[in-house]
Structures are given as structure tokens and as C-alpha cells.
Design a protein around this ligand. Structure first.
Ligand code: ME8
Length: 513
């Protein structure tokens, strides 16, 4: 049986339309899911929406809608964007679905039976935008505003059911000691470690005055706190309570999140799992945040980068590429039209696009549109082949650590090497010679160009699936999608005689958006 690979994104709130932050995590997860599929793994890629809670109830009320009506509308927007961005998720969970609600009831019942939940009282601060209880010190530190959204905190005084989170501090520390990869990147691990070391407090996990949620099974006057409801999606989507079939994917290999929701995923989530006696995920990876032209994005500034704008002009791949190339996953980054265009024109247009058009052009003109034979190789070919042969390893190592930018750097390195190779071997000059040695040399050079393009397309395809399909059409490479990376990622897999058909430029030059 194939090795499983389970990757998740956060489930997104349905109070508003999707933005660059949602697209970023989802694209990154998609690339990894696609990559592991090409490696022959049994991949499950989950995304979805977080639909309960005060924030959604308020947003619906402001629009004179029932929460579920708002959710239905916004979910359609997410689904549409994911289709446009070529997101290959295997499942899409909504917390309003009966499959989730039913299991949540069972999960809470189990926690009650295990004496993990008790009735208590909360008096303190609450951030509606983050759906988070905030302690007094933190509230005061941020002038009683939400540290993430800047919106005023609410004063709450209510009876709640509490989860005995405080029981699990030592066990979590022990887990962190033994699993240094549990939280990535390292700086986030350290942050979690030192906060857990200070001790954990029990967590309110129900809201008494909120209707829009799943009822507490022991007390229908309360709904389950939205974060507990949301976190459990990662297991309810696998039918946790049946533990059949899809349960084979647990534990998750990667849970991608943004840095603002690290505490929930790296502390509350594993403690809930421990209380349920469920194995912990292998890695929670927190990425950084994007700013736009150096400014924090916010509703009040109206400066959110809208992925749809870029998709309409450039297609899905340039956007996918830029987000993962521009900034190391885990660090903060800035989005600007200038840097987007620069990478688009130079790296995609010149390095990748031109390499393809130069190659297909020359094969059509000089070799009747058929990939010639490899022939006798020289030091130039040796160097190019070496770069090609080392690529699989470089990409694999980089992606094992979610270093998308490093993987892309290595892949684009092959494009640069192939372009340099064309400049050095000057096939257009060889084509003008009439002797047989030059002819043979020309064929060897063009074979190597075609093979470099093919190999490049194999490793770029998880990042830019739509464009690489086009490359495969130009190379008339029909088996491309069915081959395992073991075969297709090896230098030399392109058979001589393959028909090549030149197509329109992959990434036509653009001057501005
Ligand atoms: O947090 N740059 O949902 P959400 C990068 N429902 N990422 C950003 C960003 C930015 N400027 N702004 C937001 C939730 N994000 C919960 C999750 S999971 C069990 C429940 C990221 O719709 C942010 O870090 O607010 C988070 O990962 C996601 O987008 C926000 O999702």
C-alpha cells in the first residue's frame, strides 16, 4: 500500500470574501499535495470553511441574512477561487455540515465522560475578530484592542464549560522535547515552548449566549466554542468517530496555518487530541504574513490584495509562483505590483517561457519538429546533465522542509543553465553549417535543450500545473501526467523522435497590471 500523506489548511471564516492570506496557505498546501502525488503517495488534501461563532453571526446580521445564507454565499466564492487557482483539494469541509456536527457532539460527549470538561465561570476580555479569550495582561498591553485586528475587545462575564487544558502542559512540553519538528519554523517552536513552560490555564469551550453554533450535548443552553468546533474539522473530515477508511490518513503530515493562529494549533489542538487519546499531527507549520506595498492589509484601508485581479490578467500560475518564490515560507513578505511584474517578466517570461519557445522553434526549424538523438556529449552537455540529475534531490530536500522558494530557485537554476548552454553552444550558428559534424552537434544540442525543458516542466508542474500542461502539449508528451516522479524526474527520459509543436508564448511580456 502506498504511503499516506495528509495535509490541511485552516478552515476559513465565512464573514467575508477570500483574500491573499487564504490563497497563500491553500496554494502552498496544493503544491505539496501535488508533489507528493507525483511521488506516488496516497495523498489527502483538506481545506474548508469555519462557519459558526459570534463573528459570522454578527456579519450575517449586518447584512440582514441568516448565518447559513451568508455562509452559503461566501463558500461559493471560496470554491470558485480554488477552482480558478487550480487547487486540487480532495475534500472541502464546512463546519455546518451534519457529518461534522454529529461527530462534534460525540467528541464533546467523550470529553465529558473522561472528566475533561467542567462548568465554570469566565470574566474577562474577548476578541470577536479572532474569536479568542484574551487575558487581562494581554488586553492591557494592547490597550484593550485585539492584537491582530486592532478592534476593541469585548468585556465578557459568563458561565462556561471549561476544558482542563492545564492538565496537559507537562505532556505537551515532553512532546515538544521529543519532536523538534512538531512546530515549524524553529522560531515559532521556541515561542510555543516558552509560553507552554509558563503553564497552561483551563480553556472556556462553550458560549452561553450564542445560538449560531453546535449545542453542548449536556446543556443545550450553550454552544460549543467556535475554535474547538473548528479545530476538530481535521479529524471529523476523516470520519474520526468511525475510524474507518479515511482514518488511515491520520496523523496529518503537515498542518499549514498563519502565524496568528499558532496558539490554537500548537497548544490547544494537541491538548484536545491528547485528551481524546489521538496521536498528534507530525508538523504544524506557521507561515508569515503579507503586507501590501509595505502596509498591513486591513478592511478599513481597503488594501487587501485580491487574488482574482491577478488571475484574470495573468492566469493562476504567475500568482501561485510569485507567492511561493518571493518569500521563504514562514517569513513575512511584501506584495507589490513591481516585484510581481519583475518576477513575471524575468523569471517566467524570459527564463522559462523563452527557453521553451527557443527550443521548440529550433526543433521545428532544424529537425522537422522531432526531438533529435542525444549523440556524443561534451563538457557543456555534461554540465547541463549534472544540473538536471541533481535537481530531483534538491527539490525533494527543499520540499521536505517546506522551503518552496529554495525548490523554485533550484528548478529555475536548470532553466538558467539551459539558457546559458544555448548561448554557449550557439545552435543557430551550427544550423548554418553544412558539414555532418555540425549537424550532429546541432542535434545533440537540441536534444539537450528539449530534455532540459521537459525536466523543468516536471518539477514546475506542482507549482504551475496549468502552464506545464501547455508545455507537455508542445512536447506532445502524453504520458507526462501518468508517470511517477521516479521515472519522469530523471534526466534522459525524453525519447528521441518525440514530436514537438510550437505554441503561443507561455508568459507573454506584460508592462503593467
Ligand atoms: O483564522 N498574510 O480563519 P481566517 C498571510 N477560521 N496570511 C494571512 C493574512 C496575511 N496578510 N491575513 C490572514 C481563521 N492570513 C480560522 C481558522 S482553523 C481550525 C480555523 C491567514 O479566515 C491567517 O494567518 O481568519 C489564517 O491562517 C488565515 O489566513 C485566516 O483565516
Amino acid at each position: 500500500m502506498a504511503e499516506t500523506f495528509y495535509i490541511t489548511t485552516p478552515i476559513y471564516y465565512v464573514n467575508d470574501v477570500p483574500h491573499i492570506g487564504h490563497a497563500y496557505t491553500t496554494i502552498a498546501a496544493d503544491v505539496l499535495a501535488r508533489y507528493h502525488r507525483t511521488c506516488g503517495r496516497d495523498v489527502h488534501f483538506l481545506t474548508g470553511t469555519d462557519e459558526h461563532g459570534q463573528k459570522i453571526a454578527q456579519a450575517a446580521q449586518e447584512q440582514n441574512l441568516e448565518p447559513i445564507e451568508l455562509a452559503d454565499r461566501v463558500v461559493e466564492g471560496f470554491r470558485q477561487l480554488w477552482r480558478k487557482l487550480q487547487i486540487s483539494n480532495d475534500d472541502f469541509i464546512r463546519t455546518s455540515q451534519p457529518r461534522h456536527e454529529k461527530q462534534m457532539t460525540q467528541i464533546i460527549t467523550k470529553l465529558i465522560e473522561r472528566d475533561e470538561i467542567y462548568l465554570g465561570h469566565y470574566e474577562g476580555w474577548y476578541s470577536v475578530t479572532q474569536e479568542q479569550f484574551v487575558n487581562d495582561t494581554e488586553a492591557a498591553e494592547h490597550d484593550y484592542k485585539c492584537a491582530v485586528s486592532g478592534k476593541p475587545l469585548q468585556r465578557v462575564k459568563e458561565a462556561n464549560y471549561f476544558f482542563r487544558l492545564s492538565r496537559y502542559g507537562d505532556r505537551l512540553l515532553d512532546h515538544l522535547d521529543k519532536h523538534k519538528d512538531f512546530v515549524k519554523p524553529q522560531a515559532r517552536f521556541n515561542e510555543v515552548y516558552s509560553r507552554v513552560k509558563e503553564g497552561l490555564r483551563d480553556l472556556a469551550i462553550s458560549r452561553p449566549s450564542l445560538d449560531w453554533g453546535i449545542r453542548m450535548p449536556n446543556d443545550p443552553g450553550h454552544t460549543i466554542y467556535v475554535w474547538v468546533d473548528a479545530l476538530c474539522n481535521y479529524i471529523t473530515a476523516l470520519n474520526y468517530t468511525d475510524q474507518a477508511d479515511k482514518w488511515r490518513y491520520w496523523p496529518a503530515d503537515f498542518q499549514f496555518i498563519g502565524k496568528d493562529i499558532l496558539w490554537f494549533h500548537a497548544v490547544i489542538w494537541p491538548c484536545l487530541l491528547m485528551a481524546l487519546d489521538v496521536e498528534l499531527p507530525r508538523c504544524v507549520f506557521a507561515h508569515g504574513w503579507w503586507t501590501h506595498d509595505g502596509q498591513k492589509m486591513s478592511k478599513s484601508l481597503g488594501n487587501f490584495v485580491d487574488p482574482a485581479e491577478y488571475l484574470d490578467t495573468y492566469g493562476p500560475d504567475a500568482f501561485r509562483y510569485f507567492l511561493l518564490r518571493e518569500v521563504p515560507f514562514g517569513r513575512d513578505g511584501d506584495f507589490s505590483d513591481e516585484s510581481f511584474l519583475r518576477r513575471y517578466n524575468t523569471e517566467l517570461g524570459n527564463d522559462v517561457g523563452n527557453l521553451l519557445s527557443r527550443t521548440t522553434n529550433m526543433i521545428e526549424r532544424y529537425c522537422q519538429g522531432k526531438v533529435p538523438k542525444r549523440g556524443q556529449i561534451t563538457a557543456d552537455e555534461n554540465a547541463l546533465e549534472k544540473t538536471g540529475r541533481e535537481l530531483a534531490d534538491h527539490v525533494d530536500r527543499a520540499l521536505a522542509e517546506c522551503k518552496f522558494h529554495t525548490a523554485l530557485e533550484a528548478i529555475l537554476g536548470l532553466a538558467a543553465a539551459a539558457n546559458r548552454y544555448i548561448d554557449a553552444t550557439e545552435p543557430f550558428k551550427l544550423a548554418k553549417q553544412s558539414d555532418s559534424a555540425s549537424r550532429e552537434r546541432l542535434e545533440t544540442v537540441l536534444y539537450h535543450c528539449a530534455e532540459a525543458v521537459r525536466l523543468l516542466s516536471v518539477f514546475l508542474s506542482p507549482f504551475m500545473p496549468a502552464s506545464m500542461e501547455k508545455v507537455w502539449q508542445q512536447l506532445c508528451w502524453e504520458q507526462a501526467g501518468q508517470m511517477s516522479l521516479d521515472e519522469s524526474g530523471r534526466w534522459g527520459a525524453l525519447p528521441s523522435g518525440t514530436v514537438v509543436r510550437k505554441g503561443p508564448p507561455l508568459f507573454p511580456r506584460m508592462d503593467k497590471k
